[in-house]
Design a protein. Structure first.
Lengths: 350, 323
């Protein structure tokens, strides 16, 4: 995909200092802490991080559709200049789907099993504008065509489709109102690699054609490299690194990104993926200092005391690490299994 | 679908036939001589014999069985021992009375139960929810006859709001006629048994609907419906309620059984001249042709009802494919 040049345009979606917590049996879990990011019109931004780091939580917060135990504790979600968090519920509801739509994580369960696909797409459209029935059906057929599903089948039920087709249907549904932002939450997790490729190719082509901005969530760095102009790396509910995808992947500024990069297959090298040992941090009662410290092979004493800020290194890059400046030297160590195992041993020691 | 329907229908016919046969032999094998009830041993033997012949009780069992089948095919359920009138005539009027009480009551119970259950499930954790569940659980575990008597004691005897029983005031209509259903008096008599039965029967759908709703609320498609910008009402009525109805719909065949059991109790206590009460009377008086007729009718109603419920479920859930 070609790089977009309008990164400096007024952002269509701008998130500022978003804090969100879940009420749990053990107390409030800080699922998102001080999240800031912006999305330029037509831009494609990849959001990566391990399971449980808060990716879905962030997308749901942007949609304003959160579980009942979630609370936004601060920050703004600015869509086309208006803060949705500060505005009325009704204003946020109207912005959903018409302005910001979502391709859900699980295609199987995201569709209502007892209603026809056509009805489920029609309802998304009719909630936001009125349209004569014939035009509505033509529109749904057209949507099926652009995602590559036989328009004859718009009146089928979800169970009559394969997993790949359901995912396409969800994409069609997300594009129904030509939104300016599409959030995609691991749109291909349940699919095999070939179908996965087809879906992403289709998505790229559609983005070039319809020019929506996309926030693509995945835990697969390779998907981001192939699809996204910029990348945001999350860890434990915080953004730890952000920047243009190519630069970040070539020269990460954060040890966690280095760790993620180790999972990438490398051509010509005797490839052995290295996992990051340890467990995600406790979000209810986070340890002081850097959230990654317990698993970081390069942690210094200061890291366990002082929480690093997300500091810019160049105008379009930033990282949250006390040793961001030394990363070039640390990168060579990060490619070795021993480096990470040492932390694992330390973490497992009594 | 056509073939499935044919197989299912043939099952219905086979079940009904088996039930008729079973009913016949069951009643003939009962201990005691049923004829003793109507044919007084004090009568002179010739008269006793004449009555035996009149009721066909003198012929061999197998022959009686074929006569019985042939008669059923002509809606001839035989003659009551007590009144000597045709059983079908007795049953007909009673059936109407039962349907007028039980049908609206069960419909109301399921409509209200499903709706209320869905509502409290949707607003889980509310105080209304806790209260409704408590009351429903208590009502459900109380015996229906006890509830009925309690209602009579309180509303009829203490507050004198409703009559204690019967379908119309005694003496107002010596004969059963359709005109009596058009009176206030009838509605006044209907009110209490209707309410007691409705209240009792709505507990099951309510509790089931609530627990289904609790899991539906967390479904991904509910979340997606919200993300599409639907209002909470639309999410509830278009997505959450219809899908939560499915488990309840699968219990429809069972409901018929409860309706029958409930009608026997309610009619007995409220002296409601319906099929249930007729059956109780017939059993205590050993009026075997009558009991048999009522049994058969209930069997037919239940079997066809189950069949209809199955068909309806297939229409509700598109994932069911008939083969
Ligand atoms: N409703 C909830 N109540 C309490 N905690 C929750 C709730 N939903 C999510 N969490 C917690 O919040 C954190 C972030 O969850 P989230 O689903 O956003 O992660 P994710 O990055 O999307 O993970 P995955 O890659 O597995 O989808 C996790 O620790 C999770 O356990
Ligand atoms: S701040 Fe310290 S612990 Fe955290 S990532 Fe950087 S080096 Fe590791
Ligand atoms: Mg997720």
């Amino acid at each position: 995909m070609h790089q977009r040049s309008n990164i400096n345009a007024e952002p269509v979606l701008h998130i500022k200092g978003l804090d969100l917590s879940y009420a749990t049996a053990h107390g409030r879990a800080a699922a998102l802490t001080n999240i800031s990011l912006s999305l330029a019109p037509g831009e494609s931004l990849g959001l990566v991080g391990e399971s449980g780091c808060g990716k879905s939580t962030l997308l749901k917060a942007i949609m304003g559709v959160m579980p009942s135990n979630a609370a936004i504790e601060g920050g703004q979600v600015i869509f086309k200049g208006a803060d949705l968090v500060a505005g009325s519920k009704e204003a946020w509801r109207k912005a959903r789907w018409a302005g910001i739509s979502m391709i859900a994580q699980s295609a199987l369960n995201a569709l209502n099993p007892v209603r026809r696909i056509s009805a489920q797409i029609a309802e998304a459209i009719l909630t936001h504008k009125s349209m004569p029935k014939s035009e509505l059906r033509a529109r749904i057929c057209h949507l099926f065509e652009i995602v590559g599903v036989d328009p004859e089948r718009i009146d089928d039920y979800p169970h009559q489709f394969s997993g790949g087709m359901r995912q396409r249907v969800l994409i069609a549904m997300a594009l129904a109102l030509e939104p300016s932002v599409v959030l995609a939450d691991e749109p291909t997790t349940a699919l095999d690699v070939i179908v996965q490729d087809q879906i992403f190719n289709r998505l790229r082509a559609l983005r070039d054609e319809l020019d929506f901005a996309i926030l693509l969530v995945t835990h697969d760095l390779a998907v981001v490299i192939e699809n996204c102009d910029r990348i945001v790396v999350m860890y434990g509910g915080m953004i730890v690194e952000t920047g243009p995808t190519r630069e970040v992947v070539r020269a990460p500024s954060h040890p966690y990104t280095l760790g993620l990069r180790n999972a990438l297959p490398r051509l010509g090298v005797d490839y052995e993926p290295i996992a990051i040992p340890g467990r995600p941090p406790d979000l209810v009662d986070p340890a002081p200092g850097c959230r990654f410290a317990a698993r970081c092979p390069f942690a210094l004493p200061v890291c366990r005391v002082v929480t690093p800020d997300l500091l810019p290194s160049t105008p379009d890059r930033a990282a949250r690490c006390h040793r961001a400046g030394e990363m070039e030297t640390l990168a060579s160590l990060a490619g070795k299994v021993e480096t990470w195992n040492r932390v694992g041993d330390l973490a497992n020691a009594p | 679908m056509g073939r499935y329907l044919a197989t299912r229908l043939s099952h219905v016919v086979i079940t009904l036939f088996a039930m008729m046969t079973l009913t016949f032999f069951l009643f003939r094998l009962l201990p005691g001589d049923p004829t003793a009830m109507v044919i007084s041993p004090a009568l002179d033997p010739a008269a006793q014999e004449a009555m035996r012949v009149r009721f066909g009780l003198d012929r061999p069992l197998v022959e009686q069985y074929f006569v019985y089948l042939a008669n059923l095919a002509r809606f001839d359920f035989g003659y009551s021992f007590r009144t000597s009138g045709p059983v079908w005539d007795l049953i007909q009027g009673r059936l109407v009375n039962t349907l007028l009480l039980i049908l609206p009551s069960m419909t109301a119970a399921y409509a209200i139960g499903a709706f209320l259950g869905a509502y409290i499930g949707w607003h889980r954790g509310s105080r209304t929810e806790a209260g409704v569940i408590l009351v429903a659980t208590i009502l459900q575990s109380a015996p229906l006859f006890w509830l009925s008597m309690l209602a009579i004691l309180f509303f009829s005897i203490k507050l004198d709001l409703f009559p204690t029983g019967h379908i119309v005031s005694p003496g107002s209509f010596p004969e059963q006629t359709w005109r009596m259903y058009l009176t206030w008096d009838f509605l006044h008599h209907l009110a209490l048994p209707f309410m007691v039965n409705t209240l009792y029967q709505l507990c099951f759908p309510l509790l089931l609907m609530r627990s289904t709703m609790l899991s539906t609320v967390g479904e991904d498609f509910i979340e997606l419906a919200r993300m599409k910008g639907l209002t909470e009402r639309q999410v509830l009525f278009r997505h959450a309620m219809p899908t939560s109805l499915l488990p309840l719909a699968t219990t429809l065949p069972m409901i018929l059984g409860w309706a029958v059991a409930g009608s026997v109790v309610i009619e007995t206590i409220f002296s409601w001249p319906g099929l249930g009460l007729l059956m109780v009377e017939a059993v205590t008086q050993a009026d075997y042709p009558l009991v048999q007729g009522a049994f058969l009718l209930i069997a037919v109603l239940t079997v066809t009802g189950t069949f209809v419920a199955d068909m309806l479920y297939g229409m509700l859930d598109p994932r069911i494919v008939y083969r």
